[in-house]
Design a binder for this molecule. Sequence first.
Ligand code: FMN
Length: 318
Amino acid sequence: MILTDFPVLTTALEAAVRAPSPHNTQPWFFELGRGVVEVHLDEDRVLEVCDPDGREARLACGAALLNIELAIAAAGWFPDTDLMPDLSRPSLLARVEIGDRHRPGTEELRLAAAIPRRYSNRRPFTDQPVPTPVRNAVRQAARVEDARLVLVDEAGHLEAAATLIRRADHLQTQNEAFQTEMRAWTGTHDRDDGVPAFAGGPRSAGGLLPVRHFHESVAPRPYEQDPVVAVLTTSDDGPVARLRAGRAMQRVLLTATTEGLSASFYSQPMEIPSARAELRALLGGNDYPQTLFRLGYGFPGVPTPRRPLEAVVREKAS
Ligand SMILES: Cc1cc2nc3c(=O)[nH]c(=O)nc-3n(C[C@H](O)[C@H](O)[C@H](O)COP(=O)(O)O)c2cc1C
């Protein structure tokens, strides 16, 4: 239990660590001051092979930041955030101060309540279609954070995106360094980071999208016929844009959770620069794809572990 003069910050930190992160690396640490929390990138936890420039780690920290802001807002305070407040310390990603009293809106309360219920669901979804109002709600969630969520359903685009994912997946399967790094973080037991075996999905029996293989899974199973593939894009691709993209990613995932949707990531084309460029061109060539996931109605799963707050929170030197 982390003790502070501001109990809302403990709640906010408990929310922060529930954010998704590549291979559940949890690439963050937090510094606590009086009524203020800082979000830092933990460079030692950036995946060297899969994420050499830390783009995905920044997305994860952006997601943790949104969780902090929502938890503070839901507790009745205004979160006063500065992104990258000190450019001489690029791993200090954000500073959030507890501001004035604030009456939380319904949306803030719903999203904050969804934080502990969100998790990646890599198993097959049902074939129940995702209705238009729900598609609009997840798109709108991205717009709130100045990003765009493209649901890849134009004729031919889904097949083209799926081909890109399969090709990138194949390249990563052949890449020994990538495989070694992935094995070090996945299929684990008795750890509070990494992806446990129970969180993996079965191999896909002839499906459109390749599941990332975290462990030698059971027999292949069919996945949904018509997956809803979503690509989150931003108009810029600098460090602040990536942080904001992480916020947008998390707002979309939490909105999906409130709508009863499951999600699982397919980052293979994001992790190979040529594939990311091809995906960008496929989507019109203007915006930068930041993350890709499928959405649908799944069966309940189990959340994955996190490191305790004691391991990720430090007191800020005054
Ligand atoms: C930027 C990013 C990329 C990810 N890429 C993948 C991926 O390609 N395949 C996958 O199965 N999970 C992927 N994940 C999901 C993480 O493995 C997952 O968030 C982490 O294990 C924590 O589990 P949880 O999402 O269930 O809380 C990604 C997560 C993030 C934030």
